[in-house]
Every structure is written in C-alpha cells, then in structure tokens.
Design a binder for this molecule. Structure first.
Ligand SMILES: Nc1ncnc2c1ncn2[C@@H]1O[C@H](COP(=O)(O)OP(=O)(O)OP(=O)(O)O)[C@@H](O)[C@H]1O
Length: 617
C-alpha cells in the first residue's frame, strides 16, 4: 500500500490536515473576537466604517461580514455599508454590513429568527421542544447544526441579548439575479414580459406547449456540483430623480433592464428606481392620498399590522403594505431597502399572481399566494389620517416601529396593495385537528404548484408568513401539472405572504436572495425550530442560493408540523399527534412539496382528481 509519508517519516496528509485545522481554529477564534467585540462598548463609535471592517475587501469582492460594536446610546440607529459583489451571474448586488446598537424597542418582530410578541420581551422557553425531541427524534438534535457556542453569540436560548441581535439579520445582502437562459421556447411569463406588462392586465400562463424540462434550472440538482459563474460588477447605481423622464423613456429603460440581459454594459446603465417606477406603471411617484382613495375613503384607513420594514393598513377590502425605500437614514433601526431590492419582491409578487388566474387550460394554478392587486411607488409625508391610524394602533398594540412623523417630506415608499389574507398562524386560534390538517394540506399543495410552475421556494415560511381566515367554502381548488385537485378546507383558507427570501425561476430569469451574506440568519438559538430550519436550508443548498432546491419547501413543511405539535393547542387525540409525527418523519424522504402532496396523510383531503385532457397530446 502506498504511503503518504515523506522521507523523514512524517505523514504529509496529517500535516496538511493539521495545518488546515489550525487555520480553521484561527478563523473560528477570529469569529469569536468579532462577536465579542460587537457587544463591548467602544468609546468612539464609527458611524461609517472603512471597507475592511465592513467586510468589503480591497478587491471589491464581498466577503463574510463582521458585526462591529457601537456603544449603547440614546439612538438605535445602526449603520450599514453596501457593496457590490462579483459573485453570481450578471447581477445587481447589494452587500450589507451591520453595526449593532441595542434597540430601544423590543418585542414583536416577524423577522428571522422569531421574537416573541408584545411589548414585554420574555425569554423563550424551549422546554416543550426539548421534551418533544426526547420523545420523538432526539437523534435529530444531535445531527443538527454545530453548537453556536464556538461563536460566542448564542450562548443560550435565554440570552435576550442574542435574541435581540437576530432581527438585524433581516437586512440581507440582496441579489437580483439576472440570467438569460436562452430558452428557445420560454413561457410567456418571462421577467422581461412581466416587467413590461401592466399589472391590471396580466397575461395568463400558457405552458401548454412548453417542455417543462426547458424551464428547469440546469446543473443544480446537487449543490456540490454547482459552480458560480462570473458576473458583471456594477460599481455604482445612483438613484436619480426621474420625475422628468417620460413614460416612454422609462419603458425603454425596462426593456434595457439588465434583468433580462446578460450584457454588463446594460447592467451598468440600470437605474433601479426608474425601473421600479416603470414596473409600477408610473412616471412619477404618487401621493399616498391618491392611492388610498382608489380603495376607500382615506379618512377610514386602519393600521392592522407591522413588520420590520413594512406598515400594513386596511384600505377598504385591501391591505396596503408600505415599505420605505432608498433613504439614507434608518427606519425601525434598519437600513432602508433599496429600489432594486423592492424590484425583486415586486416581480416575484407579480409572477406568483399568474398562478391565481385559474383558467381552463392552466397547468398550474392556486390562490394560496396572496393576491397582489396593485403596486405603487409613493413619495411624501404620511397624511393626517395615516398618522392617526398609526397612533391608534400604537396605543392598542405598542408599535415597534418609528413614528412616521420622523420621515422626511421626500421619503419614498413602495406600496403593495394586497388581498386581505386573515390572521397570521402565530395569533390564529386553530380549533381542531381538521383545521390543522386543512392548513397543512393547503400550504403543501400551494408550494407544489409553485414549484411546478416556477421552481419556487419560499425559504422563509415561518408562522408569521402563513395567514389564515375562515369562510364558508368547503373546498379550494388547485391545479398541479394539469391535474385538478379539490382540497377540503374545513372552513379554513390559507394565504402565504412575504416573498423577500424567496427564489423563483420565471423561465428567463432567476430571482433569489443570497443568504450567505447574512451569517446571523443561521445563528439562531439551538433547538429553536425556525433557526434550525434556516440552518438546514444552508446545508441543503450548500450556500449556493441561486440553485433550485425544492427540499427547502419540505423543511418549512416539517417546521409547520412542529408548530402544530408544539405551539398550537387545538383539540386533538394522541393518535392525531402520532399521525403528525409520522408525517414529519416521512417528509424527510421527500425532495419537494410536489412529492409530499402524494403522502397518505393528505389523501383524504384531496376530494377530487380530474385529469385535464391535454389536446396537444
Ligand atoms: N395581505 C395581508 N393580509 C393581512 N395582513 C397582512 C397582509 N400583509 C401583511 N399583513 C400584516 O402586516 C404584518 C407585516 O407584514 P409583512 O410581514 O409582510 O412585513 P415585513 O416588513 O416584510 O415583515 P418582516 O418583519 O417579516 O420583514 C404581517 O405580520 C401581517 O400582520
């Protein structure tokens, strides 16, 4: 047998391994340093840090980011630096970096990982999870991601400081991936078409003549084998005032949009704000009052919820989610999203809207993804009625967000006009096992449909992003690859929201968020189901987030089964619980929601299957 030892008897492989281990140890130690540094008050807080400290090296390539400490103080502002990355394909990338300061407002955050509701922050209690694991699958706990002790941040589940830090990870490195797959026969819902198509007159999806194989993301079934292709680096994209540009010019700008192009010169001309306006069919931003008045008497708007970035108001039958953009000061302790980030979310929402057009010849359709009615760019101050609505909500619920009076007159926003989806799973009271079944089957079917249509992965389906409402209808319809499914609802309807982390293949372009730029997303408390799910996603994708990994949808299904078992207290028998636990185990064996929907657990709920006869066959 060949030996790896050199002439002096030293095992070269051992040496190499030892030196690698030493390097790793050094890296880990430097992590520890960074994390500890972040908590230690420093005397002179740098507001804006030099690139190296912000994780941007001289070569312009975006490296892993470090948190740098700012001292506790009266302000909760954090400072970020954005960099443009060379990773990925032709892309528009915004790098992030975080300086952390203690947040004066603690409590509800629908972000990642979870924070408890209410004004008073209580440490999380993982006792139930612990018992559950011991009883059902203790081995999983051992298998799950490495102890965060080495990082020194998540010292324990009850470490409130750590928990408070995690919502910072909602500021992510956003990639708007632009890849022309050069399909000879692409679907009509390509990104360029979506961008060029008025939202009110969306084309139906006509996938009838399309070979689904042509739509698939190539070379990505295994993360290990996926290579990252070089992409054009965009060195600056200044947001310009496009108020004087004509709509035609904006349309031209959309057509030239780098999203639908592989040309780096096109990408360099890309003006995200102008494009966002064009996508929202505007030449100039609107006033809040004008948009609200389309849906209700603006005096009657009511605030119904808030997120890390958005404020949600009820306007007539619709929900208007308002997200501030492009400002250079922080809102709710977070750096504002940029136009390009919203552009991605806008396009994703539009694409998923296609699934709602349940036409006779549709191959994939469902109504579970929240309907986007309209998208508008607004500019200006909150009106008195909005302020009133905001203050009323604050009085009753205790807002975590900044008072809108703090926004400057020229602040820009994106307004998502959405269907009302009901209450989030976190606060919704499930009455019985049938309702739990109903919500699980609807989420699974919806994910299966969106996987089939767009290789869709939600990637953030925590219980704040599943909305529930009750209605009279006994069934809800899905079409999966031409097969009609009628699903029993037991009077419950599910809506899925928040596509910020989602990944989609429109047939021409792939849109996704590069989660590798947000290491804190993966450092939530051990044993916390949501945090574990991000870590499992990272494992599945091997940090290659542009690839298609429908297994991530299955991970969120398993998370939702756990939520049913651990966090919801509906009426159920021990057999019901066993069934849920068996489902969770079987989900391990599925690679996608499309596979999962065939699980026997769901078979009684799919009341009707009628094969659509495809005339082309
Ligand atoms: N379509 C809707 N129907 C009903 N309520 C909604 C709808 N959209 C948003 N909401 C409410 O507004 C809240 C904030 O919305 P959302 O979670 O989308 O904001 P966000 O800023 O993206 O949140 P996050 O903190 O997850 O980033 C939700 O938790 C929900 O209560």
């Amino acid at each position: 047998m060949a030996s790896n030892t050199g002439g002096n008897g030293v095992d070269l492989w051992s040496e190499i391994i030892a030196s690698q281990q030493q390097q790793q140890q050094q890296q880990q130690q430097s992590h520890v340093e960074v994390f500890y540094r972040r908590r230690k008050p420093s005397k002179t807080p740098p507001d804006v840090l030099p690139p190296k400290q912000m994780g941007l090296e001289d070569d312009g390539i975006h490296h892993r980011l470090s948190l740098v400490v700012l001292p506790p103080g009266p302000t909760k502002r954090i400072s970020w630096n954005r960099s443009l990355s060379t990773r990925g394909r032709t892309s528009i990338a915004v790098g992030t970096c975080i300086n952390h300061q203690p947040q004066p407002k603690k409590g509800k955050r629908k972000g990642k990982p979870p924070r408890p509701k209410g004004k008073q922050f209580k440490p999380q209690n993982f006792e139930m999870e612990r018992m559950y694991f011991e009883e059902v699958d203790a081995f999983e706990l051992l298998e799950e991601s490495p102890s965060p002790k080495v990082f020194g941040t998540w010292a324990g589940a009850n470490n409130t400081d750590s928990v408070a830090l995690t919502h910072l990870s909602t500021r992510l490195n956003k990639w708007l991936i632009c890849r022309n797959l050069n399909y000879s026969c692409g679907p009509s819902s390509t990104l360029s078409k979506i961008l060029g198509t008025p939202s009110v007159k969306l084309e139906p999806i006509d996938c009838g003549n399309i070979d689904p194989e042509n739509m698939k993301t190539p070379e990505k079934s295994s993360a290990k084998g996926t290579s990252r292709l070089p992409c054009a680096e965009i060195t600056s994209h200044k947001v310009e005032d496009v108020g004087n540009e004509s709509f035609e010019e904006l349309e031209a700008s959309v057509k030239k949009l780098s999203l639908a192009s592989t040309s780096s010169s096109d990408a360099l001309q890309f003006n995200p704000f102008a494009t966002l306006l064009a996508v929202c069919e505007q030449s100039v931003p609107s006033k809040f009052q004008d948009v609200f008045s389309k849906y209700c008497d603006p005096q009657e708007i009511i605030k119904i919820g808030e997120g890390t970035f958005g404020e949600a108001f009820m306007a007539g039958n619709y929900v208007c989610k308002i997200v501030p953009i492009d400002g250079d000061f922080r809102v709710n302790g977070e750096v504002q999203k940029r136009s390009e980030e919203l552009l991605e979310e806008v396009v994703l929402s539009r694409t998923l809207n296609y699934l709602r057009q349940n036409q006779e010849d549709a191959r994939n359709a469902c109504t579970t993804f929240i309907g986007t009615i309209d998208l508008k760019v607004c500019q200006g101050s909150y009106d008195a009625s909005m302020i009133k609505a905001w203050e009323e909500w604050d009085e009753n619920n205790g807002s975590e967000n900044d008072h809108p009076n703090e926004f400057p007159d020229k602040q820009r926003y994106v307004m998502f006009v959405l269907e009302h989806g009901g209450k989030d799973l976190e606060s919704f009271v499930l009455l019985n096992f049938n309702e739990a079944l109903s919500f699980l089957v609807q989420v699974t079917a919806a994910l299966a449909v969106a996987e089939a249509a767009y290789e869709f992965e939600h990637r953030d389906l925590h219980w704040g992003n599943v909305l529930l409402s009750r209605n009279e209808s006994a069934t809800v319809q899905f079409i999966l690859e031409g097969k009609k499914m009628s699903v029993k609802t037991f009077g419950l309807l599910v809506s899925i929201i928040d596509f910020t982390l989602s990944r989609i293949n429109t047939g021409e372009d792939i849109l996704y968020l590069d989660l590798s730029s947000d290491p804190y997303l993966f450092k939530g408390p051990k044993g916390d189901k949501q945090s574990e799910t991000y870590r499992k996603m990272k494992e599945i994708t091997d940090d290659c987030w542009e690839g298609s990994f429908p297994k991530t949808n299955v991970l969120w299904l398993q998370y939702l089964v756990d939520i049913c078992l651990l966090k919801k207290s509906f009426e159920r028998t021990s057999k019901n619980e066993r069934d849920l636990r068996s489902l969770k185990k079987r989900l391990d064996t599925y690679g996608s929601a499309k596979e999962a929907i065939s699980d026997p657990f769901f078979s009684d709920l799919l009341v009707e299957r009628v094969q659509i006869i495809d005339l082309d066959d």
